[in-house]
Design a protein. Structure first.
Length: 261
């Protein structure tokens, strides 16, 4: 199922779907239905123009990011902080022998800030490998190196390196940390990823407080912008999470299609 979920993710990419459609239109010219090639190509161009003009960021991404607002004020006491992986590239890091981070690096930076703000809190970074082809390249060791290079003491941090997805983040981290009733835990991940993450942790009976970072939207809607590249990016990012929520609900890994506060 893990491999199938990754293959489905590739097929749901707008750029990959566009390639498949263009390939099918090319093949159509060699069949008895070749007369349909030109009108279908014109329809595809028109469809792409519409896609480029629609504010997909406001439609697909913003509802996800607005679902769990960050706490208006931090709790006085925090017993633990959970940071989910997805901010560092273990494959590139290994190949280049230096830490390679992506746009979600705020996740790890938040661990530093929260660790200093709550010096008695237990800290855990949860991130193994989500790759089918390089399962031995894991994110947790890269996170340890990144934090060490920034001068942050990692001796008290637990690095969970077996999880391959958000469901396993919740399951394996709970096994490692064994949270007690009444403890206050913060969950740090990208704002767009927070609904699925909160749902996954609720499904393993671990109540946590959302601490979203790595915002992509302002939260106030979006206007007209004719930009196909940006549209594809927003559609890809948004669909990944919405389809992930659907898949998690179907598997029973969340208790709701769109988990909320």
């Amino acid at each position: 199922m893990f491999v199938l979920s990754k293959l489905f993710g590739l097929l749901s990419s707008p750029a990959n779907l566009l390639f498949l459609l263009l390939a099918l239109l090319c093949l159509l010219g060699f069949t008895r239905w070749k007369a349909w090639q030109r009108p279908l190509l014109l329809a595809l161009v028109g469809g792409l123009a519409i896609v480029a003009a629609v504010p997909w960021q406001a439609i697909l991404v913003q509802p996800l990011e607005n679902r769990f607002p960050g706490p208006s004020s931090l709790p006085q006491r925090v017993d633990g902080v959970i940071v989910l992986g997805g901010a560092l590239d273990p494959v590139v890091s290994a190949a280049r022998d230096q830490v390679a981070a992506n746009g979600a690096v705020e996740r790890v930076n938040a661990l530093i800030w929260l660790g200093r703000h709550y010096p008695k809190a237990r800290l855990v970074f949860s991130g193994g490998s989500g790759s089918v082809t390089t399962p031995d390249k894991k994110e947790a060791p890269v996170a340890r190196r990144y934090l060490n290079e920034l001068g942050f003491d990692t001796s008290g941090i637990v690095f969970e390196d077996q999880s391959r997805n958000t469901r396993e983040n919740a399951v394996y981290t709970k096994q490692l940390m064994a949270p007690k009733n009444g403890e206050v835990w913060l969950l740090v991940t990208s704002a767009m990823h927070m609904p699925r993450s909160m749902g996954a942790f609720a499904a393993v009976d671990w109540p946590v407080i959302a601490y979203p970072v790595d915002y992509l939207t302002t939260g106030e809607g979006g206007g007209f912008a004719f930009d196909l590249g940006s549209a594809f990016s927003n559609i890809g990012n948004g669909l990944h999470e919405w389809l992930g929520l659907l898949y998690y609900r179907m598997r029973g890994w969340t208790h709701a299609m769109f988990p909320g506060p």
